[in-house]
Design a protein around this ligand. Structure first.
Ligand code: FES
Length: 123
């Protein structure tokens, strides 16, 4: 897994999810700690980037599913968790291990996948 630098921990906003790694992940700050999650809500796979963080809880910007910011567990259903990535802080800099980017998909491919999920009742 490649490690990317996400800048100084004190420069991270504490109130919203920040997109990193070309949109593959979001970084979340809780106090002086940082956590990284796949940029994909468990509800309908909408990006979590821009989601608000308040009282240690991330809120998805689309339909407001809520997750514990320090664990990625869905509030009220802790068996559901966001995919997380290892984070460490060295000399105040946030370092995140992200998987290699997958092959890019066209908008048509993404819409077809979404339509198939919807048809199966997953969407
Ligand atoms: S996509 Fe996140 S709550 Fe619906």
């Amino acid at each position: 897994m490649p490690t990317i630098s996400a800048g100084a921990v004190e420069d991270l906003p504490a109130n919203r999810c920040v997109e990193i790694g070309d949109g593959r992940a979001v970084l979340v700050r809780v106090g002086d700690q940082a956590y990284a999650y796949r940029n994909e809500c468990l509800h309908q796979a909408s990006p979590l980037a821009g989601g608000l963080i308040k009282d240690g809880v991330i809120t998805c910007p689309l339909h407001f599913w809520r997750y514990e910011a320090d664990t990625g567990a869905k509030c009220g259903e802790p068996e559901l968790r966001l995919d997380s990535y290892p984070v460490r802080i060295e000399s105040g800099t946030v370092l995140v291990e992200l998987p290699e980017p997958g092959p890019s998909r066209s908008m048509r491919e993404m819409m077809l996948d979404h339509a198939r999920d919807w048809d199966r009742g997953d969407g």
